[in-house]
Design a protein around this ligand. Structure first.
Ligand code: PBG
Length: 322
């Protein structure tokens, strides 16, 4: 008998009949940078097509996403004031807190997720409170918990701790429950690797560390088993969604996460991934639409349920056009 695997690939109708993986606009989460004191959207040089937004511009951004079927956003705040204790990260009238309220007022059905980390709120740009040159885990946990509570009080549906402090998920869960916010979910950046792919984001969010790097808290790119240990810890600490980040170079980690738990898994196609595709597409070297849809399919094939991507709006449009 000749082997005929090509039989089911003969034409698009047959191929679509046996297609194993599908991407829908509803799987996508769009990251939004919101900057205090802005009047107009501000283009981000290292991420063509992306902007820092003023709070009052958010209803339009969200409405445009909704019109193509994207119903979840992940907010990153850029405050006016930075200090050692990241005070503006927990302020009731802080930029993210205002952004949450504004979106929820105009679009109550939008899922609002927030990044919980202090790197954009401290002058040193590290993800926690410093003790000398060391990021101090114990001093940082109450700060993250307070920040998460203030986001939840403003109406966030999901808080996403990204500072990679040990026990950040349980500290936040406990604080939320203690404040009567048991319905607020936690998306844990469980497998967040120390990565050069974050370069354009640090420019966008003005959050680059002023000395050293993040290697003492984010995972070593060489370590899959170590990342799996953290994924397990975050499940035990009460995470509702686990995240793997960056995305495209870490699909093996997505697969491991998928095999480890029945929780939803999110993959984050980070700033560097976006900018690489944009730069090549601008030169005519890659077909942006095809590359984006192929990579989104790859995330889902590896086991991700959700993909956080700066391409969310275009991708959703392309998916709807097909
Ligand atoms: C905050 C944070 C970062 C990203 C998400 N949350 C930056 C970092 O860890 O340096 C990166 C996102 C991206 O590159 O798109 N700690």
């Amino acid at each position: 008998m000749p082997n005929r695997l090509r039989r089911m690939r003969r034409n698009e109708a047959l191929r679509s009949l046996v297609r194993e993986t599908h991407v829908q606009p509803n799987d996508l989460i769009y990251p939004i940078f919101v900057r205090e004191g802005l009047e107009e959207p501000e283009p981000i040089a290292s991420m063509p097509g992306q902007f820092r937004h003023p709070v009052r511009g958010l209803p339009t951004v969200v409405q445009e996403l909704r019109s193509v079927g994207v119903s979840a956003v992940l907010l990153f705040g850029l405050p006016k004031e930075k200090d050692e204790r990241a005070s503006s990260s927990c302020a009731p009238a802080g930029v993210v807190q205002e952004a949450i309220r504004t979106i929820k007022d105009h679009n109550p059905d939008t899922v609002v997720m927030t990044d919980v980390c202090v790197c954009a709120y401290t002058p040193h740009g590290h993800c926690g409170v410093l003790n000398g040159e060391v990021v101090d885990n114990e001093q940082t946990l109450p700060l993250l918990a307070q920040m998460a509570v203030s986001h939840a009080e403003a109406g966030a549906d999901v808080v996403a701790p990204s500072s990679m402090m040990d026990e950040q998920v349980s500290a936040i869960r406990k604080a939320l429950n203690g404040q009567g916010l048991a319905d607020t979910a936690i998306m844990a950046y469980s497998a967040k690797f120390a990565s050069a792919f974050y370069g354009p984001f640090r420019d966008a969010a003005d959050s680059a560390p002023s000395f050293g790097d993040r290697a003492s808290y984010q995972h070593d790119a060489a370590n899959a088993r170590h990342a799996r240990r953290e994924l397990r810890h975050d499940v035990a600490e009460g995470a509702d969604i686990l995240m793997v980040k960056p995305g495209i170079a870490y699909l093996d980690i997505v697969l491991r996460a998928r095999e480890l738990t029945d929780l939803p898994i999110a993959a984050y196609a980070v700033s560097g991934e976006y900018s690489m595709i944009k730069a090549a597409a601008e030169r005519g070297w890659l077909d942006e639409r095809k590359i984006v849809l192929e990579t989104l399919t790859a995330f889902k094939r590896a086991g991700a349920d959700l993909v956080i991507t700066y391409h969310a709006k275009e991708a959703a449009q392309w998916l709807t056009d097909i």
